[in-house]
Design a binder for this molecule. Structure first.
Ligand SMILES: [Zn+2]
Length: 260
């Protein structure tokens, strides 16, 4: 039987839309989570409720709290579990490391009794063009969210591209998702300097590209009705979407490094 690949939306809301969950997903292989994308509070709760365990691998798109606030809980849960301590892989762009340090790890003495550093619980893996995980190559690329160089998307060739919070990024989508990949894209009814609005999405992407998109990061449940009326597919929290089979790791890695 062939392997089944799914993207599970753990949350689909904007920073204010707590009832829709914090924007996050898990890549599943035959129903088993391989990689969590972002770790907001609600997202971590949704992950644990769904899978009955904390994640062993997280990719961080950027350091807004609705994407990283779950890390404190993940820290305590991992530090005191010998099977997890120091083995929970945190993948993030190298440019994001100083910001993560400031947001997560710089609190004086993470344990009141001392004796432990924040990163002791994790295996932090700074990345540039992408990274290897579970035998797969994941592309990482800059997106347009707040200050330049502070937010990143992720793509698994053949399977999916996840924009993270962003304005439209047609050039990155064309580069990293030109082989029929599912595209999970930030979009709300109204755009702003950090996020995509419906008019932005319709202007910046052609119909064929939009037909591969699943919209997330919207503000209210009723907004999904309007987005669907515009011909878009819209994710709801907890849903899975079937993905195409990922490229082999070497094939995808060679492409990322410009050798294919
Ligand atoms: Zn953000």
């Amino acid at each position: 039987m062939s392997t089944l690949w799914n993207l599970r939306f753990l949350g689909v809301g904007s920073a204010q839309a707590v009832e829709l969950g914090s924007a996050s997903a898990a890549l599943e292989r035959d129903g088993t989570p391989l990689l969590m994308i972002d770790c907001g509070q609600e997202a971590l709760s949704a992950y644990v409720e769904r899978y009955g365990a904390m994640p062993m691998a997280v990719f961080v798109t950027h350091a807004h709290l609705d994407h990283v606030a779950g890390f404190e809980r993940l820290y305590y849960q991992s530090l005191f579990d010998p099977a997890r301590c120091g083995k929970v892989r945190i993948y993030c762009a190298a440019a994001l490391v100083p910001i993560l340090q400031a947001r997560l790890a710089d609190y004086p003495s993470p344990l009141a009794e001392g004796g432990a550093n924040f990163w002791d619980a994790f295996q932090l893996v700074p990345v540039s063009r992408g990274f290897w995980h579970a035998g797969l190559w994941f592309d990482v690329f800059g997106v347009r969210h707040h200050a330049p160089g502070t937010a990143f998307g992720i793509a698994l060739r053949g399977a999916f591209l996840w924009t993270g919070d962003t304005r439209p990024i047609p050039e990155a989508v064309a580069l990293h998702a030109d082989a029929g990949e599912t595209i999970a894209h930030d979009c709300a009814l109204q755009g702003n300097p950090s996020h995509t609005g419906l008019d932005d999405l319709l202007r910046e992407y052609d119909e064929a590209t939009r037909s591969r998109m699943i919209i997330y990061h919207y503000a209210r449940a009723e907004d999904a009705v309007v987005l669907r009326a515009a011909g878009l597919k819209v994710a709801e929290a907890g849903e899975t979407w079937a993905l195409g089979p990922p490229w082999s790791g070497m094939q995808a890695c060679a492409r990322a490094w410009g050798h294919a």
